[in-house]
Design a protein around this ligand. Sequence first.
Ligand SMILES: Cc1ncc(COP(=O)(O)O)c(C=O)c1O
Length: 493
Amino acid sequence: MPISPVPPLPVDLSGIQLDPQQGLARQLYQALRERILDGRLQRRTRLPASRDLASLLGISRNTVTRAFDQLYAEGYIEGRIGAGTYVAELSAATRPSAPPMVHASDNPQSAALQLLQTHHLSPPLSGAPRAFRVGVPAFDLFPFETWARLSARFWRKPSPARLGYGDPAGDLQLRELIAAYLRNSRGLHCDPAQIVVTNGAQQAISLCAQLLVTPGARVALENPGYRAAGHALAIAGAQLCGVAVDGEGLDVPALAQLEDCRLVYLTPSHQYPTGVTLSLARRLQLLEWAERHNGLIIEDDYDGEYRYSGTPLAPLAALDRQGRVLYVGTFCKITFPALRLGYLVLPPALAEAFAQRRALDMRHSEIGTQAVMAEFIAAGHFQRHIRRMRTAARSRRDALLAGWPESVPGCAPLPVVEAGLHLCVRVDSLARERELISAAERVGVEISALSSYWLPNSRTPEDQRAGLVLGFAAVPEAQIAEALQALRKAWQL
Ligand SMILES: Cc1ncc(COP(=O)(O)O)c(C=O)c1O
């Protein structure tokens, strides 16, 4: 596309270091692409002429031309002979995230390291939970004695039929019980044949990425949103298209504006991390979008069991009559994260492919946890435990709401919290966000930064991305009160 001449912008190419032992053109291509994606090279920045860049880096002009050719081909740069080379206009919504960097010319080691750099997932905080850790349920309440008893009973005399290679979709008894639970408690009618047991929601999302994303395909997701889902989709080659979230959840009209996008990942019951619930009008619009575009929806219902007024919402999948929703569920927010047990409910046409893909990864989930969970559900412990966890989370939420300082300068009032295990409160600026979180850290209180949940290169102004995300379920009320006391001091209120 021809571009109108613009005054050349200063271009900072500092830090590009090329290893003469490796393919130089590819290294240069990667270095420039990384700078374009992370915004160090802004749109419409004029790049130096290939001859100048070659002499600056001490490489041949031919090498630079090859790197530029690749960037042209992938749409990162534009230009005309004689008019110079410019960074392309990539809107934030369409700016591709880096596809996986495995190329025949790379050695496998460098492909792995590259993956680490581009899709690094900060490890969740580990160790004993503290206030206000996000993503952690009240696992101090888990009935370990019951679990130990059921586990001992299973292992004392396991049925030989369950000790060989099992069904890659997961233990049949467990899948039948999950189907019954979803039908009775969540209004989601499905057949056990539609269920694939996974190692938690993350693996379910990752399987969706492996099976549904073709390299370069555009995939929409909430922005801000669950970054680990974005990483899983991006390493499968997706171009991530962030879609705004407002008071009704994902902005479906904005999604509908994206061209060539037929897959969306979202958290309808309790948007992660803002806490908004997708309105019914948006749910219906979203299903209509999927039908119109022949699209698919990945519904991550990671904490759907936690609803504090009325019964849990029926998932989007329960409204789906067209086989367009892939439902992700997890036991990790009702039991404890380290259990690593979750599941997918798939449109019937996709179930077999997912089970097969699962088999290639790891055959199937380990039988002990599946079998004990099946017993745990069959004997009624699971339902009882859900009720216990919901009551505890509500009471811990109340402790946070009641004890939160009346006004924290630069911080919006706490929202009404009807669902989930965390809440999100907006802050005036990034500087204030940092200040509040650092002060909290100094007194041993964990608060997550809302700004860390945004996709890189988001168009939303930086200060509007600021906020605090607080998990309220991780520790009992007394510890919440202590943490709030410490916060008042740290924030000098
Ligand atoms: C939105 C969302 N989805 C999925 C997960 C992952 O859940 P699991 O532990 O089951 O993999 C999390 C974990 O915090 C989450 O916040």
